[in-house]
Ligand binder design. Structure first.
Ligand code: CMP
Length: 139
């Protein structure tokens, strides 16, 4: 089925001017960018976005990093978009990511791993709504 998922290009990648290269990977996989904006999250916005991880030992480091520079937030649309995006991203830890994936080719570490993508339909909905109004998503 045609789905929508939420995607984010993280500060390590925007800093290295990799936005276009990453968007090309997504589009080449058949995903369409139906909403996109460049933002600089506040610490509080990062904490809200990653609230599900607040008990994790890496939570502080994660929110510090995600508010350390610009990110590009996106809505991607396509056949099985959630799973397809996760496949194109590769494993969270770049050391475990498959050849040819975004994280294998661009990520610097498990924390500075270049991209985020929703892990399921419920989180996709929530994450899209966290950053985008319905009128900003144009399919
Ligand atoms: P993401 O898909 O954005 O969701 C949560 C993020 O936490 C994850 O990608 C990683 O970048 C980050 N993360 C996971 N494990 C660790 C860790 N051990 N140390 C630092 N960051 C981590």
């Amino acid at each position: 089925a045609i789905e929508r998922t939420f995607s984010m290009i993280k500060p390590d990648a925007t800093k290295r001017n990799l936005t276009g290269k990453i968007v090309d990977r997504l589009e080449s996989a058949g995903l369409r960018v139906v909403a996109q904006k460049r933002i600089w999250m506040s610490r509080r916005e990062a904490e809200g976005f990653y609230a599900v991880h607040k008990e994790r030992p890496f939570f502080d480091e994660l929110c510090e990093f995600m508010s350390s520079g610009p990110t590009v937030v996106q809505v991607l649309e396509g056949e099985n978009a959630i799973a397809k995006n996760r496949e194109v991203m590769g494993a969270t830890n770049p050391a475990e990511a498959a050849e040819g994936t975004i994280r294998k080719d661009f990520a610097e570490s498990i924390g500075e791993n270049s991209v985020h993508g929703s892990d399921g339909p419920d989180t996709a909905k929530e994450e899209i709504a966290y950053f985008f109004a319905a009128t900003e998503v144009v399919g």
